[in-house]
Design a protein around this ligand. Structure first.
Ligand SMILES: NC(=O)c1ccc[n+]([C@@H]2O[C@H](COP(=O)([O-])OP(=O)(O)OC[C@H]3O[C@@H](n4cnc5c(N)ncnc54)[C@H](O)[C@@H]3O)[C@@H](O)[C@H]2O)c1
Length: 256
């Protein structure tokens, strides 16, 4: 029997990571890349190419594709471009692109509701669908959707985000039900309070960080490195019998 660590090895695997230009998804991309995978970062930011260049050479190859998850035609174009860079094979998809808009529900603008749901939930399905078409033919694939603790509870003044992340959890389970028997594992990671650009507005509120930190059993906020171990596990053959789960990475917050 092979050494257990061999099962975590991603050498030769082909991966796409949406939202990979920065933040938690870039941390995940770095980990996949270090574990041996060739990775294409897909992001709306111009810096996606620079982020890819900074990773390349650490493990497998790394490329960047500029693409807006808010536009279905752009998803199609970006997906096709990324697939070509990967030589037509796709072993791992990480759906990490996301935005948050904080506003009391009574005043929540319709345009922002549609935008958040479109990027945070609809695009996750469309990327899974396009990846699934490739993975079903291969009879192999690992899909990792980035949800949130808001998939379990509603949060405050983030109704579109909470609705979307709840939807991501259910897309994960629905696709797992269809595809786990076809060699495709579909799982989600639910990060807790993490340091990134997204959480900056929350962290900028005076006293908020201390107040929230008191409620995190681990006694600190998480960061991109905290995402890496679980992401590599879910992307690897070590998790062959794990599918349809939404796993918190939250320093124990969900148990409080
Ligand atoms: N930071 C947290 O506390 C936290 C907690 C729970 C879940 N999450 C989730 O983790 C994921 C990563 O978030 P983060 O904290 O690293 O935030 P971030 O803002 O640093 O990163 C989000 C990335 O998504 C990209 N993106 C946004 N809109 C896009 C679009 N239309 N098309 C393509 N790319 C787009 C951004 O350019 C950015 O690179 C998100 O799905 C987020 O909802 C974050």
């Amino acid at each position: 029997m092979a050494n257990i660590l061999d099962k975590f090895d991603l050498t030769g695997k082909k991966a796409m990571v949406t939202g990979g230009a920065r933040g938690l998804s870039l941390g995940i991309a770095r980990a996949l890349n270090e574990a041996g995978a060739t990775v294409v970062l897909m992001d709306v930011l111009d810096e996606v190419g620079e982020s890819a260049k900074a990773l390349a050479g650490k493990g497998g190859q790394c490329f960047g594709v500029k693409c807006d998850m808010n536009i279905v035609d752009d998803i199609d174009k970006g997906f096709d471009e990324a697939l070509e860079m990967l030589g037509g094979r796709l072993d791992i998809l990480v759906n990490g692109a996301g935005i948050q808009f904080r506003c009391p529900s009574a005043d929540f603008p319709a345009d922002m509701w549609y935008k958040v749901v479109n990027i945070d939930m609809n695009a996750v399905f469309f990327m899974c669908q396009r990846a699934g078409r490739v993975m079903l033919k291969q009879k192999y694939g690992k899909i990792i959707n980035i949800a949130s603790m808001n998939a379990f509870f509603g949060g405050t003044i983030v109704p579109a985000y909470a609705a979307s992340k709840g939807g991501v959890a259910m897309i994960t389970k629905a696709l797992s039900n269809e595809w786990a028997g076809e060699g495709i594992n579909v799982n989600a990671i639910a990060p807790g309070y993490m340091i990134s650009d997204m959480s900056k507005t929350m962290r900028d509120v005076p006293g908020q960080v201390d107040e929230l930190t008191k409620r995190i059993p681990a006694g600190r906020w998480g960061d991109d490195e905290d995402m890496q171990g679980l992401a590599v596990y879910l992307a690897s053959d070590a998790s062959a019998y794990v599918s349809g789960t939404v796993i918190p990475v939250d320093g124990g917050f969900m148990c409080r």
